[in-house]
Ligand binder design. Structure first.
Ligand SMILES: CC(C)(COP(=O)(O)OP(=O)(O)OC[C@H]1O[C@@H](n2cnc3c(N)ncnc32)[C@H](O)[C@@H]1OP(=O)(O)O)[C@@H](O)C(=O)NCCC(=O)NCCS
Length: 387
């Protein structure tokens, strides 16, 4: 297997993009990434596009071909484009397929994209519920806020998490998002903003939830040995891991431990031959505040039951021991579901190039991502390093 590097990255502003179509979002991010990578269309030989449900969100299927066409890789170039779907982990998984294509030697220069346009429909909660077990969860009334509320109840019962500690996850992510010009919400908030916001599914309130969003993100990769043909600042892929679990939350032995995150994280650390202490920052899947706490525990950064205190002490904020979600996370940067996994990787690229501006992690050398589908039936995790 060959080593792989990222040579370019592009993103759109996340948010409610009323006047921009799905294809235009993909084109905007795709052209930005291809220009950033300094590659010509003729040099690209495959594309993978992560999208959870363009069919239900915008009525568009066959999105691999659509995106390739609109970024100028269909038509005369006839580049093979493949859509990848794993609910909210679609973007991370599209990247993993791209890495497999390059590392195996099947392809040389490959584009990995993620996109979703969610705000055009009135029933986004029901579309998202299709990522759970439709027969046993969604038909019984469980929505994603409801399922993660059950995780939060279990966690609070077991570990005595305080309301303030949970709120601090959102406060910290809005602090980071306020420093990201591509974020959906660029305003700082306080714990009382979270604790006085509308109750969505007890104990989760509006500001515990990621929003419904539009956006796209794209990266370009190639064999590490060729990366300097395109860029002076390649980012090496040190590990690419994926793990699965039961589709339904009620079939898990422990609601507040995501087994697939534990498995994918362990695999990623084994591949990269790194320790937890070697990671300078991490982008995790905070679709709800409770998910961020579970993620940093299940990846092994802090012991189970202690992430709330770690967060309250400021250790996950810029300047802390482990900055988490410097992009603003799903909470503040936004969560166009198919785009999120690639957005996490885009943020790692900004940080490792030293181009993250006001949210730069000083001396960042190694970054990690964790992207979740559903309540953890799919988890994709990557580790990256400066070359
Ligand atoms: C939380 C949620 C139910 C709110 O939806 P809603 O009540 O329809 O909200 P609206 O779109 O009507 O927005 C109402 C206001 O709240 C704001 N808002 C919406 N979601 C927000 C969020 N997550 N955080 C902060 N503010 C939010 C809007 O900007 C709007 O503000 P304004 O009145 O100043 O313009 C929705 O964002 C949601 O379902 N989130 C979870 C998405 C999800 O499950 N993703 C998959 C995870 S696995």
């Amino acid at each position: 297997m060959r080593d792989v590097a990222i040579i370019g990255a592009g993103i759109t502003k996340f948010g409610e993009r009323w006047s921009t179509s799905f294809r235009d979002l993909c084109t905007e991010a795709g052209i930005a990434a291809i220009e950033d990578a300094n590659v010509a269309g003729e040099q690209i030989d495959a594309m993978f596009v992560g999208s959870m449900s363009a069919g239900r969100f915008v009525g568009q299927e066959h999105v691999g071909a659509l995106v390739a066409d609109y970024v100028g890789l269909g038509g005369e170039l006839h580049i093979p484009a493949t859509r990848v779907e794993a609910a909210c982990a679609s973007g991370g998984l599209a990247f993993r397929q791209a890495v497999a294509a390059v590392s195996s030697g099947m392809s040389e220069v490959v584009v990995a994209a993620g996109a979703e346009k969610m705000t055009d429909v009135g029933d986004s909660t029901d579309v998202l519920a299709g990522a759970a077990d439709r027969e046993w969860e969604s038909f019984a009334g469980a929505t994603f806020p409801g399922l993660y509320a059950m995780i939060a109840c279990d966690y609070i019962h077991k570990y005595g998490l305080t309301r303030e500690q949970l709120a601090q996850v959102a406060v910290k992510n809005h602090y980071h998002g306020a420093r990201n010009p591509y974020a959906q919400f660029q305003n700082e908030i306080t714990q009382s903003t979270v604790m006085n916001s509308t109750l969505v599914a007890s104990p989760l309130r509006l500001f515990d939830c990621s929003p419904v969003s539009d956006g796209a993100a794209v990266v370009v990769i190639c064999p590490l040995e060729r990366a300097h043909e395109f860029t002076d600042t390649p980012i090496k892929v040190l590990a690419s891991a994926q793990a699965g679990d039961t589709i339904a939350l009620h079939d898990r032995p422990d609601f507040s431990t995501m087994g697939a995150t534990v498995a994918a994280g362990n695999s990623a650390f084994r591949q990269a031959k790194l320790q937890r202490k070697d990671i300078d920052f991490v982008e995790v899947h905070d679709c709800f505040t409770i998910a961020e706490l579970c993620a940093i525990e299940d990846l092994g950064f802090v012991p189970k039951g202690t992430a709330g205190k770690f967060t309250e002490e400021g250790e996950t904020q810029l300047g802390g021991k482990l900055p988490v979600n410097t992009s603003g996370g799903l909470k503040s940067c936004g969560h166009p579901v198919g785009a999120t996994g690639i957005k996490q990787i885009w943020e790692v690229v900004q940080q490792l190039r030293g181009e993250a501006g006001k949210r730069q992690v000083e001396g960042a050398e190694i970054g990690m991502t964790q992207n979740v589908g559903g309540t953890g039936a799919t988890v994709v995790s990557h580790i990256f390093g400066r070359v």
